[in-house]
Design a binder for this molecule. Structure first.
Ligand code: NAP
Length: 281
């Protein structure tokens, strides 16, 4: 039997409406409009698309946004000065610096300069630490989006075998933490994992965040498993595809996310959710 497709677009439309309502309430009850500043350095086309989407997402739920587009030759000092200015700007609740930055800039130092109270990407070490102990200031966007998808499908993580492939700081590690905090039994896999296929076949919930097109094949998936594909890979023909061989795996899995239209739309919304949370505080 073919898997149930987890429709990220449909679920995100529902969540978007809830967020718009939260913004409306904040304005009514506290006289506050959440504000997000988006900083982009250089002219990377993919980053430009992401920034445009973020501004559009903000407008859709009533969040005020400002864009700071800086030239590629911006110095570390200039960028830090802008972060300092945004840290003290009272109409700005969240600051997002679009990554990657041009090579001559120190990304880590820039992230650490953002006030932890405005770090809506949850990349600051202080917020990463909070994720570890389960006392969230801000949700890590992609993993939080995945958790919402799992919840919306009525799947209880408690006691389940969860396997995460990928251990990046922005996806794999925080993903594992959120599953753990939901009482899943979590295994994290990476490029040095032995017997990856066997480990994956144990999973009731398999989250894949590698960055390699169609890497997870049907023989790596247990019958009826929930398969969440975080991967976003651009094929030679320009099409977007995930890390999971969708057509084959959907014949084995119980639930599966498509790419596009699965995790991506939810990730975008979690940034808005964090901005609203920052404004509410
Ligand atoms: P990343 O930093 O490159 O990490 C990739 C991870 O995959 C690493 O931990 C790596 O292991 C592991 N890996 C690589 N080859 C492997 C193999 N053969 N077997 C097992 N593990 C392997 O990537 P990322 O930033 O986490 O992103 C992962 C994917 O998700 C990318 O396609 C990215 O575009 C996508 N993404 C999507 C969203 C969304 O909203 N949908 C958001 C963020 C990222 P090592 O640590 O051992 O090298």
């Amino acid at each position: 039997m073919s898997a149930k497709i987890i429709n990220g677009k449909e679920i995100s439309a529902k969540v978007r409406a809830q967020l718009a309502e939260e913004v409306r309430k904040l304005e009514e009850e506290q006289g506050t409009t959440p504000g997000l500043a988006v900083v982009i350095v250089g002219d990377d086309p993919a980053s430009r698309v992401y920034v445009n989407n973020k501004k559009k997402d903000c407008a859709e739920v009533g969040i005020y946004s400002e864009e700071y587009a800086l030239p590629a030759e911006t110095t570390q000092e200039e960028l830090i000065a802008l972060i300092d200015k945004l840290n003290s700007k009272t109409d700005i609740d969240g600051i997002l610096v679009q990554l990657p930055l041009p090579k001559h800039l120190d990304e880590k130092a820039v992230i650490e300069r953002i006030s932890p109270d405005k770090d809506v990407d949850a990349f600051h070490a202080q917020n990463v630490g909070k994720i570890m102990i389960g006392d969230y200031k801000f949700l890590p966007c992609t993993p939080a989006g995945v958790m919402e998808l799992i919840r919306e499908c009525g799947i209880d993580v408690c006691g389940k075998e969860c396997v995460v492939i990928g251990r990046s700081n922005i996806v794999g590690k925080p993903m594992a933490m959120l599953l753990l905090h939901s009482n899943g039994t979590v295994t994290i896999c990476h490029s040095r994992t032995k017997d990856l296929k066997e480990v994956c076949r144990r999973a009731d919930i398999l989250v894949v965040a590698i960055g390699r097109a169609n890497f997870v094949t049907a023989d790596m998936v247990k019958e009826g498993a929930v398969v969440i594909d975080v991967g976003m890979n651009r094929l030679e023909d320009g099409k977007l595809c995930g890390d999971v061989d969708f057509e084959a795996v959907k014949e084995v899995a119980g639930h599966i996310t498509p790419v596009p239209g699965g995790v991506g739309p939810m990730t975008r919304l979690m940034l808005l959710k964090n901005t609203i949370a920052a404004a509410a505080r």
